[in-house]
Design a protein around this ligand. Structure first.
Ligand code: BGC
Length: 420
């Protein structure tokens, strides 16, 4: 092992990622808000105010800049732009335009996601991503948003379509006349949603094929609209699972890679870029995907501590897309030990550096996440943030990892103590 300094290319983006429903607060017209409020749902808490990003976005961009970071990923909330079908809010469009303009004015590269898991409640009730109209409805929304994207280079249409094709099943309960009765039936083990035995709305079945196909079509349509009306580079962000075969079970691996990621990465062959998101690595053995191995160090989410997952994911995405430019749009760790966050991120960045040395085209690293936020069903118990927050005063308190990543950004990676 020799210590050496890694050169990240000039213009490499260093930043943090967020998502509207997880940060803004009071996203009351969305399907997730409705799900959180159902009796018996798996959400440990409602999102509520989250970290009040809807009002404190300027403060967050200023903090990001003061730390030394130069890129910020956030998402536009469809339910705010189109609160009821066909009715578009000029005020909401102006709100997001102001964030974009402020980022550009402060020298921060905005990376804008158009759909990060949550959809308008009216859309979910009308069949959501399972409906024949989903692609047209998403296209209406993208058409409405396109004019505010002027000056934005990096646009992601849909966040983690592969994970979303799993989660989307949760929103099916919203189509029932009595969603809480459906949840109670599910809790009792009855098969009410998918037609497959044993599936519960809050467990993790495989991605649902019909919803996946809808999202693939919606992505292609959005790309067409954005290419025709903006100068943005268009892609989407994929949860690359960093799957590895258990020794002796190499033949099982391709099936799981196919189900979980290939179709989504193959779609990125026609894109300008692809967002790669990785947190941990999983083994594939005789019984399929395996949980964290016995004795492994676990993060708050119960995932194995695997900083090397990012390098594995970047190589896999590069191979399947055939060389689409990549950006790390999410990578991080849920922990209350901030020292461990720095260790993890150092290891992950070592993986990025090695892929760059091998000639892979990686344009930036956006850490998940900026401020501790609403971690979906786990609510506020899991802390992925570089910045802590007081959830009553909303005061932001940068952790040592925030200053550390800012220094890495300011020195374009030179301050990293990477050995390879
Ligand atoms: C999602 C984020 C989430 C993160 C950590 C990703 O799957 O895009 O919304 O908070 O992982 O679980």
């Amino acid at each position: 092992m020799t210590a050496h300094t890694t050169r990240f290319p000039d213009g490499f983006l260093w930043g943090a990622s967020t998502a509207a429903h997880q940060n803004e607060g009071n996203n009351t017209l969305s399907d997730f808000w409705a799900l959180e409020h159902l009796k018996g749902s798996s959400f440990t808490e409602i999102s509520g105010d989250t970290v009040d990003f809807y009002h404190r976005w300027k403060e967050d961009v200023d903090l990001l800049v003061s730390l030394g970071l130069n890129a910020f990923r956030f998402s536009i909330e469809w339910a705010r732009i189109e609160p009821s079908r066909g009715v578009f809010s000029a005020a909401a469009l102006a709100h997001y335009r102001a964030i974009i303009e402020y980022c550009l004015a402060r020298g921060v590269e905005p990376v804008v996601t158009l759909h990060h898991f949550s959809s308008p409640l009216w859309f979910a009730k009308a069949g959501g991503w399972g409906s024949a109209e989903a692609v047209d409805r998403f296209a209406d929304y993208v058409t409405a948003v396109a004019p505010i994207l002027d000056g934005v280079t990096w646009v992601a249409t849909i966040n983690e379509p592969n994970m979303f094709a799993v989660m989307y099943q949760m929103s099916l309960v919203l189509q029932a006349s009595d969603p809480e009765a459906v949840i109670a039936q599910m809790a009792a083990g009855q098969d009410v949603v998918s037609g497959e035995a044993g599936i519960n709305a809050f467990s993790m079945p495989e991605p649902e094929e019909a919803a996946a196909q809808t999202m693939l079509r919606a992505h292609a349509r959005a790309r067409e609209i954005l290419h025709a009306t903006t100068t943005a580079k268009v892609g989407w962000t994929v949860a690359v699972q960093s799957l590895v075969a258990r020794a002796g079970h190499e033949e099982e691996l391709p099936r799981y890679q196919r189900v979980w990621e290939d179709a989504y990465l193959e779609a990125s062959r026609d894109d300008d870029w692809v967002g790669v998101q990785a947190y941990t690595s999983q083994l594939v053995g005789p019984n399929g995907l395996e949980g964290a191995p016995e004795g492994a160090e676990l993060t708050q989410t119960g995932w194995a501590y695997r900083p090397d997952a990012l390098g594995i994911a970047l190589r896999r995405a590069w191979e399947v897309t055939g060389g689409t430019p990549m950006m790390v749009t999410e990578n991080g760790i849920a922990t209350d030990d901030d020292r461990r966050r720095i260790d993890y991120t150092t290891g992950a960045l070592r993986g990025v550096a090695e892929t760059l040395e091998d000639g892979l085209d990686v344009r930036g690293y956006l850490h998940w996440t900026f401020v501790d936020n609403f971690e979906w069903v786990h609510a506020y118990q899991m802390t992925f943030g570089l910045v802590a927050v007081d959830r009553t005063t909303f005061e932001r308190m940068p952790k040592p990892s925030a200053f550390w990543l800012g220094e890495v950004a300011r020195t374009n990676g030179e301050s990293l103590d990477i050995t390879a």
